[in-house]
Design a protein around this ligand. Sequence first.
Ligand SMILES: [Zn+2]
Length: 393
Amino acid sequence: MINSIETIVCNGSSHRRELHRAGWIIVDSSNIIENGYLEIENGFIRGVHKGRLKEKCIDHGPGIIMPPLVNTHLHLELSALKGSMPFDKGFEFWVKTLLEKREALGKEKLIKEARKAARQLMESGNRYVGEISTLGITESIIKDSGLKGVFFHEFLGSNIQQPWFIQKTDSVSSSVAGHAPHTSSPRLLMALKKCSGLDGLPFCIHVAESDDETRFIRDKKGAWADFLTLREIDWSSWDIGSKTPVQYVNDMGLLDPLTIVVHALTANDADMELLARSKTKVCVCPRSNWNLHGKLPDIKTMIKKGIQPALGTDSLASCDSLNIFDEMAFVQNHYPGLDPAIVFSMATINGARALGFEQITGTLSKGKKAEFLYRSVCIKNKKDLFQRIISND
Ligand SMILES: [Zn+2]
C-alpha cells in the first residue's frame, strides 16, 4: 500500500557522505543485493555494497531500497476531470466530453487539481514524469512540486505558431509534442519533431490508440473524418489512405530513438517491427486503454520484437490514479506470465531512457543521482521480490 512507502530524496548539493542500508537493494532488474548499502556523496551514488557495516549509517530496515518510479506519459492539466468522464459511449464521445468539461472548469480549477496531483505523485514515489500539456499550464507546477522529467507542450490541428520553447536540463526539460496523426497535420508534426531534435530532446505523440484513428488513416472516412471537419481541421491534403497509423508516422520520418510513441494499442506485427527497427521508444498506458477501448496493448509481442516499453497512466480523465505502482499492479493482473522484473523495468529504466534521463535515474548504479525509495515490505525469498513490489500490497 502507498502508505507503507517511505520516500527519501538526498539533496544533490549536499557535500555529506552518507550510507543507506536496507534488507534489499535493487540496483536494477538483474542486480539485487541482499543486506546491502548505498554509498552516497555530493548527492550521487558512489557505490552499492554488500555486507555488514561498522560505520554509522542510516538503517531503513528489512525492506527494499529501489529507484524512483517514472510515469512516462500523463496529462496533469486534466486532473480536475477525475471521476466525471463517460467510458461507455465510445471514444469520440469521450473526446467531445473532455473538451467541453475542460473548457467549463476553467484554468483556475485545472491548475488547482493539477497541483494536488503533482503533490501526490511526489509523495507516492513517482518522481520522474513525461508531462503533456495542451494548454501549457503545468510547467511551473512540475518545477514547483519537485518532479523531474520532460514537460511537453502539445500541439494539434494545422496551425504552426512558432517559436516553440525547448530546453534540455537535468531536472525539468522542455520539449514539444504532437497530439496524434489523426488530429494534426503532417506539416505541424514534422515541424515539431524537427524542433525537439535540435536539442536532442524527446518528441512525444499518441499513435495507434483507437479504431476510429485506424479507420480514418486507412479509409479516409468514418466518424473521425466527420469530427475533424466539424472542428474545421482541413485534412484533405494529408497523405493518408491504405496504411496503418504507425506506417503513416513512419512515412513522415517521425520514428527514431528520440520519439516516444504512446499507446501502440492497435499496432500489428509489421507496425511493431517498424517501431523496433527504428528504435522508437514506446510508452503503454494499459489502464487507460482498458477503460476507454476495452482492450490492452500487446506488451508480450513488443518485448519479443525487442521493444522495451515504458509505463504511463495517461490522465485522470481516463484512469483513476497517476501512480505507477497501481499501473504495475494492473499489468501484473492482466498479463499472466509476464516476468515481474520486466514490469519493474518498464516502470523505471525504460521510462528514464524514453525521457532521456537514463544517466540520472532509472537504476541505482554508480554515478546516478542519489534519489531512491524505501519500501517497507517483508521479503522472505529473493525470487518473490519483484512480484511483491509490483503487486502493490
Ligand atoms: Zn495522453
